[in-house]
Design a protein. Structure first.
Length: 362
């Protein structure tokens, strides 16, 4: 490995915000020689460690020193080759949290179309319930991507993105960090849903949340709760799961005895997938929907019109989200300015039979 391997983006500040002893602004790159000085080892040792060839050749103590120095300085290994030394690869990386959610299918398709044939779209996915972190972003930077589309990040990831990273945030309400963003109007949709349930006569609602720490789930939850409180609805929490039907069914099954005793007559899933779990578990338990329990979700996935009964849902058009994000990032990559740096895609409530009946017992 070349000791002068540089960070892949012009003006990139090495390391996460606040990293110890990171180069001063304007230094422009972190080299293997800098890592070697930080760790107190040779550049050859650094090369062996970061290339994965240290086993049996470098002591465990020195490996730990190098790895710690890499983390502190935010060193990025240039694996893209010298042919890219004057530019970047035609690769865009879509960073997603939970690809099991069917929400992503149309998002990916429309983002790919908006980027055009010049770019390849690669997918980087965190483990179930785990956000992509800054260290993973630094690894992806070694590919010299043209840019990133980062879906549903949390505040920590946005704050830790290296300066100069070409990125567009998707479905990240309230999180900008100086980056362009394309957001769904989740707060407005959540308020529409709360009003709908109040109009149906509900007074106590259970809320099945996500275990994933993302701003989009926080915003839709807070907006639903705030509007519900204004309308005299009491919201009961205490249930959360991954975006997985079986996990959501289990979470509802555990919460339902307490919710039932408290007089809950409606349950809102923070995604349609969560709501599917509620529908399945309610049917298994003999809880009639919508006769005894109204059920609603967020996303309005294509399957929601075909559930039994069809699911009331807040439409969050993932295709429009992906297309707008793709256009915004392409303008950013190609040296122009996006038409609008912060785009909001409207949401709307789609009322179906799962909330059609008056609640049992008021």
């Amino acid at each position: 490995m070349d000791d002068d391997a540089a960070n892949p983006l012009p003006g990139l500040r090495a390391g996460a915000a606040g990293a110890a002893e990171a180069p001063a602004a304007g230094a422009g790159r972190v080299t293997a020689a800098m890592v070697a000085r930080e760790a107190g080892v040779s550049t050859a040792t650094v090369s062996l460690v970061v290339s994965g060839k240290a086993q049996g050749r470098i002591s465990a103590a020195n490996r730990e020193k190098v790895q710690a120095a890499v983390e502190r300085l935010g060193y990025v290994v240039d694996t893209a080759g010298s042919t890219l030394s004057k530019g970047f690869s035609p690769v865009v990386v879509l960073v997603a949290t939970d690809i099991a959610n069917p929400f992503y299918a149309e998002l990916i398709s429309e983002a790919r179309s908006a980027l055009g044939d010049r770019y390849e779209l690669l997918l980087s996915v965190g483990g179930p319930g785990r956000q992509i972190d800054a260290a993973s972003i630094r690894k992806l930077l070694s590919l010299r991507p043209a840019g990133f589309l980062i879906d549903a990040p949390n505040a920590e990831l946005v704050e830790a993105l290296p300066s100069g990273t070409r990125a567009v945030l998707l479905d990240a309400p309230g999180l900008r960090g100086g980056l362009p963003s394309v957001n769904l109007a989740v707060a407005d949709g959540a308020a529409q849903l709360a009003r709908h349930l109040a109009e149906q006569g509900h007074r106590r609602v259970g809320y099945l949340d996500s275990t994933i720490d993302a701003a989009t789930f926080r915003v839709r939850r807070d907006a639903f709760w705030d509007t519900a409180a204004e309308l005299g609805l009491e919201v009961l929490d205490g249930a959360a799961s991954l975006t997985d039907i079986d996990a959501a069914a289990e979470a509802f099954t555990e919460a339902w005895p307490g919710w039932d005793a408290a007089g809950v007559t409606a349950v809102v899933g923070c995604t349609d997938t969560h709501a599917y779990g509620v529908l399945g578990a309610a049917a298994e338990a003999g809880v009639a929907v919508p006769g005894r329990l109204a059920v609603a979700g967020f996303d309005d996935l294509p399957y929601s019109r075909h559930t039994s009964p069809p699911l009331t849902s807040v439409s969050l058009p993932s295709g429009e989200l992906g297309a707008a994000a793709g256009r915004t990032l392409r303008a950013l990559i190609e040296g122009g300015s996006p038409e609008t740096e912060h785009v909001e895609v409207p949401s709307r409530l789609v009322a179906r039979a799962s909330t059609a009946a008056e609640p049992a017992g008021g």
